[in-house]
Design a protein around this ligand. Structure first.
Ligand code: UD1
Length: 427
């Protein structure tokens, strides 16, 4: 298994191009199941999760060709002439929980879906009850069979009103896609408002769907008999944007992040400004630099968009470990999402976790150590920690990083970081 080796302490200078968003790419790829016409996706990130999802969609009957377009970006041409299988097998769903995103489109187009239950996952139990309740409201029958959930709507789905009892991102995406081919009008209330949902909705509209309320918590969808194809460019990854922003905030230096926008991280900008980080908009994105020698402490609580994203909580915890003063970080979305904490403590961090809150006392500097990556965002938080720590940090089990960060060591080393991948055979 590959490792990452970092010698910390070098400020970052230069430019980083932000990739297309993983969490937008996955539902957009799934939307190809809704039509027999071609869907072309530009600015697709070149990530392990995208490749895993491609093989699932191939299995369901979608022809997919990935290629580099003229700008050197990854693009995909997807076409589901017909649905060959309505089953998402355990082996696929186990690798990536977001595989559940095929549920809505399969039921809507083929009248049936059989999807392995996601089961436990490193950051909490992550059930899909809201996805299923919503489909039931739209006339689907739900049953359980050997660890699989079977959703059937032989005569098609019908429009319905559904109020989500809690905020769910992929749940909103599943029901939104399902509703585009249902008979009649669907109103989804208390829907999640993440930008990736709006990106999906805009693509669906370009495919012929009728959707009102995009970007709000009430989505109204008038079902259509069929959708057509389109060409759509995946929106920039706001979590990657926030991650590199925080890396620069911690190491010092000045970096321009391009092909992205400050508007994508509305709660992150004021939090970092209060810690002493300066932002400047540019034509292609924005510049980020730290204004003082040390960051100041911060209190944050994760929330659904537009609140502070849970996917940036681990990275923010790292910033708090080296900030001046005491910080309080509260995780409200997922249980068990402080698995980076013991690893950071091995690097000298002073952190106490009580329930869903981490109390962090800042120290002047972390010390490099061998650490273990446990999930996607925890892994990248260890990279940020290593970039700022004294001496050498070795991060083990980096396959998590490759699920969600495109060419991370190239992007960072182009800005002066001493970071390299050690392939197992060379380790
Ligand atoms: C998505 C993102 C993930 C991000 C998360 C929260 C993708 C592919 N993944 O995950 O990166 O961390 O949003 O911003 O977009 N829940 C239920 N029942 C359900 C559905 C969810 O109880 O039917 C709970 C979950 O356990 C969790 C909370 O609701 O506690 C939010 O989960 P959800 O928004 O569904 O996360 P994902 O869509 O899986």
């Amino acid at each position: 298994m590959d490792k990452i080796r970092i010698i910390g302490g070098t400020p970052l200078y230069g430019q980083i191009k932000i990739s297309g968003a993983k969490n937008a790419a996955l539902p957009l790829i799934s939307a190809s199941l809704l039509t027999d016409a071609p869907l072309v996706l530009k600015n697709l990130p070149d990530l392990a999760d995208v490749r895993t999802f491609k093989s699932l969609l191939n299995h369901l009957g979608v022809d997919i060709v990935f290629k580099h377009d003229v700008d050197g970006d990854h693009a995909g041409a997807l076409r589901a002439h017909s649905i060959q299988s309505t089953e998402a097998p355990y082996d696929q769903v186990r690798k990536m929980r977001a595989s559940v995103l095929v549920l809505g489109p399969l039921v809507a187009r083929a009248g049936r879906a059989k999807v392995s239950l996601p089961g436990g996952c490193a950051i909490g139990s992550r059930p899909i009850d809201m996805h299923l309740k919503g489909l039931e409201h739209m006339g689907a029958d739900i049953s359980l069979e050997d660890g699989y959930v079977v959703v059937e709507a032989r005569n098609g789905l019908r429009g319905a009103d559904y109020t989500f009892p809690g905020i769910t991102v992929t749940g909103t995406e599943n029901l939104l896609m399902a509703a585009t081919l249902a008979k009649g009008t669907t109103r989804l209330m208390n829907a999640a408002r993440e930008p990736e949902i709006s990106d999906l909705a805009h693509c669906l509209v370009a495919m012929g769907a009728k959707i009102d309320g995009i970007g709000t918590s009430t989505l109204t969808i008038e079902g259509r008999d069929r959708l057509g194809g389109t060409t759509h460019s995946v929106l920039p990854d706001r979590i990657e944007t926030g991650t590199y922003t925080m890396a620069v905030a911690l190491t010092g230096g000045e970096v321009e992040l391009t092909e992205t926008s400050l508007d994508l991280i509305p709660s992150v900008v004021p939090a970092l400004e209060s810690m002493g980080v300066h932002f400047e908009k540019t034509n292609r994105g924005f510049k980020v630099k730290r204004q003082s020698d040390r960051l100041k402490a911060i209190d944050i609580e994760t929330e659904p968009y537009p609140g502070f994203p849970t996917d940036l909580q681990a990275q923010m915890t790292v910033l708090a470990t080296m900030a001046e003063g005491a910080s309080v970080i509260t995780e409200t979305i997922f249980e068990n999402r402080f698995m980076h904490v013991p690893e950071l403590m091995r690097m000298g961090a002073d952190i106490r976790v009580r329930g869903n809150t981490a109390f962090v006392r800042g120290i002047p500097r972390l010390k490099g150590a061998p650490v273990m990556a446990t999930d996607l965002r925890a892994s990248v938080s260890l990279v940020i920690a290593g970039l700022a720590a004294e001496d050498e940090t070795i991060i083990n089990r980096v396959y998590h990083l490759d699920r969600g960060y495109e060419h991370i060591e190239n992007k960072l080393s182009a800005c002066g970081a001493h970071i390299e991948r050690i392939h197992e055979s060379a380790a």
